[in-house]
Design a protein around this ligand. Structure first.
Ligand SMILES: [Zn+2]
Length: 430
């Protein structure tokens, strides 16, 4: 059999999608153990040993050493998560866990987030291992649990309890990046070079409880509603940092257009909601909880807000939130995690760039600041520099970013092959 790093990607991806690893954010899901065992078997079959670690029963991550462990080079961490967000089957065209192929697309929960890359990685590693084409750098392969709930039972757990597993790693490659968009009729690949910080908050308003029929100027729900409207409608200013400045410069270059950051971001079309989130802080109310009877004013009302801030903006963000909601509202941090930004330069960035060009000579490449958070936040606590590089060449009309956690999540079959070839070339260059 000739060397074909992409040969097994599709089948492995289908296998992984069929192993339901839904993460509901609590312990009610099936866990990641079956998927971790699948990965362990796939690695063992080509002679790579791995270690399974569990934060809680069934919440399983896998770590394997690969590459030249005797090399003087620093270690490279390559990681993917095994869990997926829930999918409501009735919303989908197809069963979200059947891994059906329709019109050249592989459908399924995890098809882009991120069993696609898990499969590429496994296929490429297995092909190289069989061919003896083992990279001349110490590599640590990590497949994590619980990324979709913030990684407390996955990446963060490993960092807290088993940092020895990542010893020597200085750089990491994972999601979300390396996918193509179309700008000015040209393909632009976006590599993640940072992530916004997470500031999920609980807002609490208090007031005077009483009969719903009586005069009440101190109604907790009314107080909370005011705060949510001002916070939800607040226009956070555009403040692009280093990564997004480079991206905006690339948009100018490819379109010949100039304008404000917001005007330039509009060139991303339907992806503007995702990419545009990289130039400003944001505060979206997502849940409210108050009251227990139609004719009773409750003494307290609570709301949850998904806040995200740009790197370097944490303090100013929190000060502004307090100013916006006003004195009477308590703002409690609920879930928080750090913002990241890494320089878009150096050998690893060069390797990603050259690898993309090897399969798409017309590729344009730029960094971006990712709207969400990934396991990179966990690794950063060990001082590890991370980039999102899960290469996919996509059709121009596909709103790829909407597929993350979306209905009918799907990946073009040929993009899986493309990504595997790019990733294989990347391993020649690291
Ligand atoms: Zn993901």
């Amino acid at each position: 059999m000739s060397y074909a790093p992409e040969a097994e990607t599709l089948e492995i991806c289908r296998d992984l999608i069929r192993l339901d690893t839904t993460n509901f954010g609590d312990d009610s899901g099936p866990g990641e153990r079956k998927a971790a065992e699948y990965v362990a078997a796939a690695l063992a079959e080509v002679g790579i040993e791995s270690e399974l670690v569990e934060s809680e029963p069934g919440r399983t991550s896998l770590v394997a050493r690969w590459g030249n462990q005797d090399s003087p080079k620093s270690g490279l961490l390559i990681h993917g998560h095994l869990d997926v967000v829930p999918a409501r089957a009735s919303d989908w065209q197809v069963d979200p866990f059947a891994a059906e192929i329709v019109d050249g697309y592989l459908f399924g929960r995890g098809a882009v987030d991120m069993k696609d890359f898990d499969a590429m990685l496994l296929s490429v590693v297995r092909a190289r291992q069989r061919a003896g084409a083992i990279p001349d750098r110490p590599i640590t392969l990590v497949f994590t649990a619980d990324e979709e709930a913030g990684g407390l039972l996955g990446a963060h757990w490993i960092v807290d309890h088993r940092p020895d597993l990542l010893e020597g790693c200085t750089e990491a490659i994972g999601e979300v990046g390396g996918f193509s968009t179309e700008i000015g009729g040209q393909r632009l690949y976006l590599i993640e070079s940072g992530e916004k910080g997470i500031a999920w908050m609980r807002l609490r308003a208090r007031g005077t409880a009483g009969h719903g029929s009586m005069v009440n100027h101190d109604n907790a729900i009314t107080h909370l509603a005011h705060a949510l409207i001002t916070l939800g409608e607040h226009e956070w200013p555009a403040e692009p940092g280093p990564s997004m400045q480079l991206l905006l410069a690339k948009v100018r270059e490819l379109t010949g257009a100039d304008g404000t950051p917001d005007e330039l971001i509009e060139h991303f079309g339907s992806a503007v909601r995702a990419i545009g989130a990289g130039i400003r802080n944001s505060t979206n109310p997502t849940m409210v909880d108050a009251g227990y009877k139609h004719n009773v004013v409750p003494g307290e009302a609570v709301a949850y807000v998904d806040g995200r801030y740009l790197p370097g903006h944490a303090d100013a963000f929190h000060d502004t939130v307090r100013d916006i909601v006003g004195e009477g509202i308590e703002v409690e941090p609920f879930i928080t995690d750090t913002a990241l930004e890494f320089a878009f330069e150096g050998d690893l960035v060069d390797a990603m760039t050259v690898a993309l060009h090897s399969q798409d000579p017309e590729a344009h490449i730029a960094p971006f600041l990712m709207f969400g958070g990934t396991d990179a936040k966990g690794w950063s606590r060990l001082g590890i520099t991370s980039y999102g590089f899960t290469p996919l060449r996509l059709p121009a009309d596909l709103d790829f970013t909407a597929l993350f956690h979306g209905i009918d999540e799907r990946v073009p079959v040929d993009a899986l092959e493309f990504g595997s070839k790019v990733f294989d070339e990347f391993l020649n260059l690291i």
